[in-house]
Write a protein that binds this ligand. Sequence first.
Ligand code: ASP
Ligand code: MG
Length: 423
Amino acid sequence: MKVFKFGGASVKDAAAVKNVAGILGMFPGEKIIVVISAMGKTTNALERLVDALFYKKENPANVLDEIKTYHFDIIGQLFPDGSHPLYDEIHNCFVELEWALEGEPEQSYDCEYDQVVSMGEIIATKIVSAYLREAGVKNKWWDVRDFIKTDNTYREGKVDWELTEQMIVSQLVPHLDAKENNIVVTQGFLGVTSENFTTTLGREGSDYTAAILAWCTNAESVTIWKDVPGVLNADPKWFDDTRLIAQLSYQDAIELAYYGATVIHPKTIKPLQNKKITLYVRSFLKPGEPGTMIRDEQAPLPIPCFIFKIGQVLISISPKDFSFIVEENLRDIFDLFYRHGVRINTMQNSAISFSVCVDNNERKLPGLIETLQKNYRVLYNEHLELVTIRYYDQATIDRVTTGKKTLLEVRSRYTVQMVMKNK
Ligand code: ASP
Ligand code: MG
């Protein structure tokens, strides 16, 4: 059994959906669980819809109309016959959304968010599944919330692995084991609580869904179909002449994802590593090419890899009385970062100050800084870049630091991180 994951870009318009059918056509007779994300930028649009509902900066009806038009445009191109039952089905999904938007929100922001935003995946999978059938790719649409059980941490659902495995082994596996069934189409990103509320697994969480399903079914491999040729040694958005890495160890893949390489969601790799399930990252634009293979191997990366983050803030924290930073302060400081939900990208300690580099999150940072200022002297520097180089050498460091001033550098055996600003 294989698990394929198609992200938003791979189903962003009618041509893209047709392309998915083409890719599946390359694997006749194979048992495949197909995990699909919301189409194109739908999740962002649905986030706007939730914001409109809560903060009233925009009229929710307008945002919903936009989302509706986008999807019905795609459906119109895929199903010229307007009497196809899919029209009604998708129409009903939007009616459900309209109900959710009526009156004042009843649940917390995060809970409402999950109930609304999840519709992107539901709609996308219904469209793709119906189109595949139309194109002769027999498949069963399945609601992933039948399997993936989480706690009620909305927007960041924690998977109940035991229960999830049980559900998958008792329902999904027997279905796919039957000779006549090959393809199941289901949603990425979603889970469900024991009270039947929808949860989401964190932005870009569909890769993680693919890993969960693969782990629970003991799949032979997971393939993430992307709009890039595979894992590159740098994001082409920031660097020219990037190179494809043909093979990668789980460990390096975890490190790259952890430091912010956006090609794979960081939570995806560990479950696969535990069961030695190979992960492929391949191009849906060039499905004939092998892409990147991630598996259990010792070979280090053949070339240095760069991860580049902009919009960074460097915060320096020191005790007000100029005393040393001691364990007690660190405990305090970490606790505040945790409580404000601010993730630390890199950090360094010295005798009298503790420096931390974080994303400039306008919703979270001001509150954190204000609280820190009660007990500490806090200096901060905005508009910075953070570069992480895995398997660095001097030449690559020189290459990224030209014209920049380095404010902080953290080096370990394989990885260097530098916080820099333009000179
Ligand atoms: N649609 C969700 C998102 O955009 C999940 C995913 O794409 O993986 O975050
Ligand atoms: Mg996405």
